[in-house]
Design a protein around this ligand. Sequence first.
Ligand code: BTN
Length: 326
Amino acid sequence: MTLSMKDKILKRFLLSSGEPISGQNLAEELGISRTAVWKHLQSLQEEGYTFDTIKKKGYLLRSKPDRVDAASIASLLSTERFGQTIHYYQECATTQTIAHELARTGAPDGTVVIAETQTDGKGRMSRPWESTRGKGIWMTVIIKPDVLPHQAPQFTLVAAVAIVNAMKSLYSNFTPVIKWPNDILINGRKCTGILTEMIAEMDRVQALLIGIGINVNQQQGDFPEELHAIATSLGMEEDRALNRAELVGTILNYLEKYSDLYMAEGFAPIKKLWEEASGTIGKQIKATTLRDVIQGKAIGITESGVLEIQLENGEIRSVYSADIEL
Ligand code: BTN
């Protein structure tokens, strides 16, 4: 990972497990002067980090601002590629556009664009996406798999199982379920949306842009009125404030694991994971596609991630993209 000197210092503190670090040691380790170390610590303090000075021993990180920057995420990663390059923004229009640009100009596989807030967040079907400052995870992961364009939608399902399993590994007060293809719900309310975009030639995917929006620490009042009945946040469900960087790191760990699994063994193991986490299969649903409305029982997803709906007359319809109502 390419970290700035300040981020390298921060990472040392984040990994110091409660042990003070001396300015002298830091300076020697990083090959800079003690004055430079001190200046970086001052600049971290200006950003909201607080340090205790322990006599004769050095500095101890006391508290950190709640941010999803590279240094806060780095200490939680166990990946080789995903999250090894992170572009962090206090604010941007949408992480998708930045990711497009980066993907076109050679960003490596697993590059992440993440922001504290988006002023023009994009949902599916050109809907706006509410991205409250500092309260959620608004990120795009650039994936560069060697697959054909028609396989791209399967990565939405890869992302959905990665996110659900990351949540299950961290939280215990709720069970997230996937609503085909790309919403994650808790008790019927949406906490996460995924928007997958693709840069491709006819026969080759250049990059997939997996846009992930997760409501983490909003309270009811943070949502606009029209979302009150249909949206929720993980913090509201878990009943405590959650560490966003921890969730980002855990998602990236699962995302790399499941992308690699998909590349090694195909869609079958992902389909199994997806069906285990699905809240759609076996239910009566209404699917609104661009062309028509289909009502029936969701009976499964195919090897290629297409949803199959059985109509009352027994006919089975395949749905590639739709809005689903349960
Ligand atoms: C949906 O459910 O409609 C998809 C929502 C996707 C939102 C995320 S937030 C990060 C990325 N940047 C965007 O502008 N959108 C996606």
